[in-house]
Unconditional design. Structure first.
Length: 220
């Protein structure tokens, strides 16, 4: 197994992303070349509540994290859908996380495979106006371009990998073990890391915001 420290936490690599060759169908949806995940060890499918990262390249640096999140069920429930027909072993699992992440991973994988121009990718982003969405797409392309400039691939296609935290538990007096996966996710979201595929949850409290403890103390 591969382990790595990201932002002071120990993570284990559970899989890598690639483009599927077989069409995936789910209800009325058809995905020609779906985003797929090769799972390193199928026991990870049943891994309970944890924080996770998607990382670009094989240097596994904090600065190359594409996305940070957490789940409260199992890895399989949060991330994966099984192929609906007999396929090769490396095509068993389709990434079924969310539209923005699955689609953007797919478009990045396609661009890397074809040696395309990142600036031409129509990233799936949020925004009330087309001007806002266009600005976000430009920023996203620039951010990933900077990452790729730092990654030494030696001519190979850069890897995109999935990691989960090894131990998200802390021991608290009078409480016992407490899973802090959501707090770890927030720690990443509030960091200075680019996390280009994270579109929400990065807002900070305003500078004049008060802690509840401060408010209560003032009223005593």
């Amino acid at each position: 197994m591969e382990f790595n420290q990201f932002n002071h936490f120990e993570f284990v690599k559970v899989g890598t992303f690639h483009l599927g060759k077989s069409t995936y169908q789910r209800r009325a949806s058809t995905w020609q070349n779906p985003t797929q995940v090769v799972i390193k060890n199928e026991k990870f499918l049943n891994a309970g509540t944890s924080a996770y990262l998607v990382c670009l390249g094989n240097e596994y640096r904090d600065e190359h994290i594409l996305y940070a999140g957490e789940y409260s069920t199992t890895l399989q429930t949060r991330w994966l859908e099984k192929y609906n027909k007999q396929v090769n072993e490396d095509e068993r699992w389709v990434s079924w996380h969310s539209d923005n992440l699955d689609i953007n991973l797919n478009r990045l994988l396609t661009c890397l495979r074809d040696g395309g121009d990142l600036s031409r990718i129509v990233w799936k982003v949020t925004g009330k106006t087309e001007k806002t969405r266009a600005r976000k797409r430009t920023q996203l392309s620039g951010c990933i371009s900077n990452m790729l400039d730092e990654i030494d691939t030696r001519g190979a296609t850069p890897e995109i990998s999935l990691w989960v935290i090894v131990n998200p538990l802390v021991l608290l007096p009078h409480v016992g073990e407490l899973n802090i996966s959501s707090s770890i996710e927030k720690y990443f979201l509030l960091s200075d890391l680019a996390l280009p595929f994270n579109s929400r949850g990065r807002g900070r409290s305003p500078g004049n915001a008060l802690t509840v403890e401060k408010i209560v103390a003032d009223e005593k």
